[in-house]
Design a binder for this molecule. Structure first.
Ligand code: C5P
Length: 324
């Protein structure tokens, strides 16, 4: 029996990164593609640090999980708006008792976590992450798949035709300008990738499969909470799929278990469990403020460091289970 090694340090900062990654992160911290304003107290250490339970309550009160509905402009005036679900995702899905969020990290390899993951009432997976051939480590149940607009638009991933996407509920998202203004001039005609044309195509091919699109306001409300609770300026880009999906599940479930978001003893530079590609940026972040997301999740974790070390498992209460 070996003793427990180091797990994620919630005070992790960009200064602790290797020089290559540190430069990439610093570049994104300085760049401001989405016109982020009012970044608040980031960089100022004067604000008292919130405890895990204070942080959970802050998230519950300041971040609203919302998806696009046909009544919102500019969609309401567009012919295809009737393809959007009538209600936001949280009023149509769940509530679930216990949920699993499966990060796509390479450290899931040889984890043997498949059975445990499948034992949850709902399982969230990301982007192109497969289950077929990896059941022993990641399970086979997919209740929700969160996909970014890059995957939706890519020929390589065959989004419209691959059976990978045809199970469960889909939730798509695209990095929108910070103003979170839905107007044509701001996001609708300037998406990072063509999320809306792909959405319409997919809905025509798979009309019965539920498919939501995240409201950009949710992306940036969550980003603001990450920034407000860090002492240095974070990347001015939306949170990673992993963080977005975790908070989506916190709004649908009584308890959420997140796997290999905070790396276990299997920590590796292997980017994804399903690809032979190595890059520490997948775990530590480059474009996304992933490092700071992990600091926040570590602070909110209600499980033990031992569970992180052996199972890569974090336990978060759902918003409905919080007494704030
Ligand atoms: O790469 P992709 O975005 O599809 O992975 C899903 C999520 O899993 C990421 O957004 C990130 O939050 C998390 N992840 C991670 N470490 C990795 C790979 C993915 O934390 N090595």
């Amino acid at each position: 029996h070996s003793s427990m090694g180091e797990v994620w340090d919630e005070e992790m900062s960009s200064s602790m990164l290797g020089s290559r990654l540190r430069k990439v992160v610093q570049n994104y911290q300085a760049m401001n593609k989405y016109n982020v304003e009012n970044t608040g107290p980031g960089g100022v250490a004067s604000r008292p640090k919130l405890s895990g339970s204070e942080l959970l309550c802050r998230l519950k009160s300041q971040v609203q999980v919302l998806t696009l509905t046909p009544d919102l402009q500019p969609f309401a005036s567009l012919s295809w708006s009737s393809q959007l679900p009538v209600k936001s995702v949280t009023s149509e899905l769940g509530p679930y008792k216990s949920c699993a969020v499966v990060s796509s990290a390479g450290s899931l390899r040889n984890s043997g976590l498949g059975k445990e993951i499948d034992s949850h009432d709902a399982v969230l997976r990301f982007n192109t992450a497969p289950t077929s051939g990896y059941e022993k480590d990641v399970g086979s149940k997919t209740t929700i798949r969160l996909i970014n607009s890059q995957v939706m638009a890519s020929d390589e991933h065959r989004f419209l035709s691959s059976s990978l996407y045809s199970n469960g509920v889909l939730v798509g998202w695209d990095p929108a300008p910070f103003s979170a203004n839905l107007s044509q001039a701001s996001w609708y005609n300037r998406t990072d990738y063509p999320i809306f044309t792909q959405y319409q195509r997919y809905r025509r091919l798979h009309p019965l499969q539920p498919f939501y699109i995240l409201h950009p306001r949710f992306e940036w409300q969550l980003w603001q909470q990450i920034q407000d609770n860090m002492v240095e300026p974070i990347q001015k880009n939306p949170p990673s799929s992993g963080m977005l999906g975790t908070v989506v599940m916190m709004s649908l479930c009584e308890v959420v278990h997140v796997y290999e978001f905070l790396p276990s003893r299997r920590k590796t530079e292997l980017c994804h469990y399903y690809q032979r590609f190595y890059d520490a940026a997948c775990t530590l972040g480059a474009y996304h403020p992933l490092l700071y997301e992990k600091n926040l999740v570590k602070r909110m974790n209600q499980g033990t460091d031992q569970e992180i070390f052996t199972h890569g498992r974090v336990t978060l209460p759902g918003f409905s289970a919080l007494n704030c």
